[in-house]
Design a protein around this ligand. Sequence first.
Ligand SMILES: [Zn+2]
Ligand SMILES: [Zn+2]
Length: 195
Amino acid sequence: MWNFFLDTFFTSTCFHCGELCDQKVLCAPCTELLELLPLEGRCPICFETYANHPPHCSASGAFLRSASAFSDIGPAATLIRALSRPGAPFLADSLAGYLVLQWSKLGWNMPDGVVAFTEKKSDLLLARAVARILAQPLLIFSSKIHWSTARAFRAVEGKTLLMVMGAHHLKEMRKCALELADYHPAAIEALTLVQ
Ligand SMILES: [Zn+2]
Ligand SMILES: [Zn+2]
Protein backbone atom coordinates (compact mmCIF):
# COMPACT_ATOMS: atom_id res chain seq x y z
CA MET A 1 0.00 0.00 0.00
CA TRP A 2 2.75 2.41 1.01
CA ASN A 3 4.67 1.50 -2.16
CA PHE A 4 1.57 2.29 -4.15
CA PHE A 5 1.52 5.82 -2.71
CA LEU A 6 5.25 6.28 -3.28
CA ASP A 7 4.83 5.24 -6.89
CA THR A 8 1.85 7.52 -7.31
CA PHE A 9 3.49 10.59 -5.85
CA PHE A 10 7.14 10.21 -6.76
CA THR A 11 7.15 8.94 -10.31
CA SER A 12 6.03 10.68 -13.44
CA THR A 13 5.94 9.79 -17.08
CA CYS A 14 8.65 10.84 -19.51
CA PHE A 15 7.41 13.68 -21.72
CA HIS A 16 8.96 12.02 -24.77
CA CYS A 17 8.51 8.22 -24.58
CA GLY A 18 5.76 8.07 -21.95
CA GLU A 19 7.64 5.55 -19.79
CA LEU A 20 7.27 5.84 -16.02
CA CYS A 21 10.40 7.44 -14.59
CA ASP A 22 11.63 9.17 -11.46
CA GLN A 23 12.66 12.32 -13.33
CA LYS A 24 10.42 15.35 -13.68
CA VAL A 25 10.66 15.72 -17.47
CA LEU A 26 12.59 13.04 -19.37
CA CYS A 27 13.66 9.51 -18.46
CA ALA A 28 17.41 8.80 -18.40
CA PRO A 29 17.62 7.26 -21.92
CA CYS A 30 15.68 10.20 -23.45
CA THR A 31 17.85 12.72 -21.57
CA GLU A 32 20.90 11.10 -23.19
CA LEU A 33 19.38 11.83 -26.61
CA LEU A 34 19.49 15.57 -25.85
CA GLU A 35 22.80 16.29 -27.55
CA LEU A 36 23.69 19.77 -28.76
CA LEU A 37 24.15 19.96 -32.52
CA PRO A 38 27.81 20.10 -33.52
CA LEU A 39 28.98 23.42 -34.95
CA GLU A 40 31.46 21.94 -37.41
CA GLY A 41 30.45 21.50 -41.06
CA ARG A 42 27.65 24.10 -40.92
CA CYS A 43 27.14 27.47 -42.59
CA PRO A 44 27.90 30.20 -40.00
CA ILE A 45 25.01 32.29 -41.36
CA CYS A 46 22.06 29.91 -41.71
CA PHE A 47 23.43 26.91 -39.74
CA GLU A 48 22.54 24.48 -42.54
CA THR A 49 24.95 21.56 -43.03
CA TYR A 50 27.21 22.13 -46.03
CA ALA A 51 25.86 18.89 -47.52
CA ASN A 52 22.39 20.52 -47.83
CA HIS A 53 23.57 24.07 -48.47
CA PRO A 54 22.94 25.92 -51.77
CA PRO A 55 25.94 27.62 -53.45
CA HIS A 56 24.77 31.02 -52.15
CA CYS A 57 23.43 31.28 -48.61
CA SER A 58 19.72 32.11 -48.81
CA ALA A 59 19.82 33.76 -45.35
CA SER A 60 22.62 36.24 -45.94
CA GLY A 61 21.61 39.89 -45.83
CA ALA A 62 18.56 39.57 -43.58
CA PHE A 63 20.40 39.07 -40.31
CA LEU A 64 23.90 38.33 -39.25
CA ARG A 65 23.65 34.65 -38.36
CA SER A 66 21.52 31.95 -36.80
CA ALA A 67 22.04 28.67 -35.01
CA SER A 68 20.08 25.98 -33.19
CA ALA A 69 20.66 23.84 -30.15
CA PHE A 70 19.03 20.60 -31.30
CA SER A 71 17.70 18.89 -34.41
CA ASP A 72 13.93 18.85 -34.86
CA ILE A 73 13.51 15.21 -33.91
CA GLY A 74 13.52 13.35 -30.63
CA PRO A 75 13.03 14.69 -27.10
CA ALA A 76 13.89 18.33 -27.93
CA ALA A 77 11.05 18.47 -30.47
CA THR A 78 8.69 16.94 -27.91
CA LEU A 79 9.72 19.45 -25.26
CA ILE A 80 9.15 22.46 -27.50
CA ARG A 81 5.56 21.26 -28.02
CA ALA A 82 5.20 20.61 -24.27
CA LEU A 83 6.16 24.24 -23.56
CA SER A 84 2.62 25.38 -24.27
CA ARG A 85 1.19 23.08 -21.58
CA PRO A 86 0.12 24.65 -18.28
CA GLY A 87 2.98 24.78 -15.78
CA ALA A 88 5.58 25.03 -18.54
CA PRO A 89 7.76 27.85 -17.14
CA PHE A 90 10.04 25.40 -15.29
CA LEU A 91 10.57 23.62 -18.62
CA ALA A 92 11.48 26.90 -20.35
CA ASP A 93 14.23 27.47 -17.78
CA SER A 94 15.80 24.04 -18.45
CA LEU A 95 15.61 24.45 -22.22
CA ALA A 96 17.02 27.98 -22.04
CA GLY A 97 20.01 26.48 -20.23
CA TYR A 98 20.73 24.35 -23.30
CA LEU A 99 20.27 27.38 -25.57
CA VAL A 100 22.77 29.40 -23.56
CA LEU A 101 25.20 26.47 -23.59
CA GLN A 102 25.05 26.35 -27.40
CA TRP A 103 25.32 30.16 -27.52
CA SER A 104 28.54 30.03 -25.47
CA LYS A 105 29.95 27.27 -27.72
CA LEU A 106 29.22 29.50 -30.73
CA GLY A 107 31.37 32.21 -29.19
CA TRP A 108 28.91 34.98 -30.04
CA ASN A 109 29.31 38.27 -28.20
CA MET A 110 26.97 39.12 -25.35
CA PRO A 111 23.85 40.68 -26.94
CA ASP A 112 22.53 44.04 -25.75
CA GLY A 113 19.01 42.66 -25.66
CA VAL A 114 17.04 39.44 -26.16
CA VAL A 115 14.05 39.75 -28.46
CA ALA A 116 10.88 37.74 -27.94
CA PHE A 117 8.18 37.53 -30.55
CA THR A 118 4.75 37.10 -29.04
CA GLU A 119 3.13 35.07 -31.82
CA LYS A 120 3.94 31.84 -29.97
CA LYS A 121 3.81 31.45 -26.20
CA SER A 122 6.72 28.97 -26.33
CA ASP A 123 8.96 31.57 -28.04
CA LEU A 124 8.14 34.15 -25.38
CA LEU A 125 8.84 31.73 -22.51
CA LEU A 126 12.18 30.68 -24.01
CA ALA A 127 13.32 34.24 -24.77
CA ARG A 128 12.38 35.41 -21.28
CA ALA A 129 14.37 32.56 -19.70
CA VAL A 130 17.43 33.20 -21.93
CA ALA A 131 17.32 36.94 -21.11
CA ARG A 132 17.25 36.08 -17.42
CA ILE A 133 20.26 33.73 -17.67
CA LEU A 134 22.28 36.21 -19.76
CA ALA A 135 21.11 39.07 -17.49
CA GLN A 136 20.18 41.18 -20.53
CA PRO A 137 16.96 43.13 -21.13
CA LEU A 138 14.05 41.29 -22.72
CA LEU A 139 12.45 43.18 -25.61
CA ILE A 140 8.99 41.93 -26.42
CA PHE A 141 8.10 42.46 -30.05
CA SER A 142 4.46 42.34 -30.98
CA SER A 143 2.56 43.56 -34.01
CA LYS A 144 0.90 46.12 -31.72
CA ILE A 145 3.86 47.73 -30.01
CA HIS A 146 2.92 49.62 -26.88
CA TRP A 147 4.45 53.10 -26.63
CA SER A 148 6.80 52.06 -23.79
CA THR A 149 7.99 49.08 -25.86
CA ALA A 150 8.46 51.31 -28.89
CA ARG A 151 10.74 53.52 -26.80
CA ALA A 152 12.78 50.46 -25.76
CA PHE A 153 13.12 49.44 -29.41
CA ARG A 154 14.24 52.92 -30.46
CA ALA A 155 17.14 52.44 -28.03
CA VAL A 156 18.46 49.40 -29.92
CA GLU A 157 20.09 51.49 -32.64
CA GLY A 158 23.66 50.26 -33.09
CA LYS A 159 23.17 47.38 -30.64
CA THR A 160 23.37 43.61 -31.08
CA LEU A 161 20.07 41.78 -30.69
CA LEU A 162 19.54 38.09 -30.04
CA MET A 163 16.21 36.70 -31.27
CA VAL A 164 15.19 33.54 -29.41
CA MET A 165 12.65 31.17 -30.92
CA GLY A 166 11.57 27.57 -30.60
CA ALA A 167 11.86 26.52 -34.22
CA HIS A 168 14.31 27.48 -36.97
CA HIS A 169 12.11 28.69 -39.84
CA LEU A 170 14.31 30.85 -42.04
CA LYS A 171 11.38 32.56 -43.77
CA GLU A 172 9.75 33.54 -40.47
CA MET A 173 13.07 34.59 -38.97
CA ARG A 174 13.87 36.75 -41.97
CA LYS A 175 10.47 38.47 -41.64
CA CYS A 176 11.13 39.18 -37.95
CA ALA A 177 14.67 40.41 -38.70
CA LEU A 178 13.32 42.80 -41.33
CA GLU A 179 10.85 44.23 -38.80
CA LEU A 180 13.68 44.69 -36.31
CA ALA A 181 15.84 46.32 -39.00
CA ASP A 182 13.50 49.35 -38.83
CA TYR A 183 15.12 50.12 -35.46
CA HIS A 184 18.66 50.00 -36.96
CA PRO A 185 20.39 47.47 -34.70
CA ALA A 186 24.07 46.83 -35.55
CA ALA A 187 23.50 43.06 -35.76
CA ILE A 188 20.72 40.54 -35.35
CA GLU A 189 21.46 37.00 -34.32
CA ALA A 190 18.91 34.22 -34.00
CA LEU A 191 19.10 31.26 -31.70
CA THR A 192 16.47 28.55 -31.87
CA LEU A 193 15.86 25.48 -29.77
CA VAL A 194 15.39 23.11 -32.71
CA GLN A 195 16.50 23.35 -36.30
ZN1 LIG B 1 11.78 8.72 -22.18
ZN1 LIG C 1 23.95 29.49 -45.21
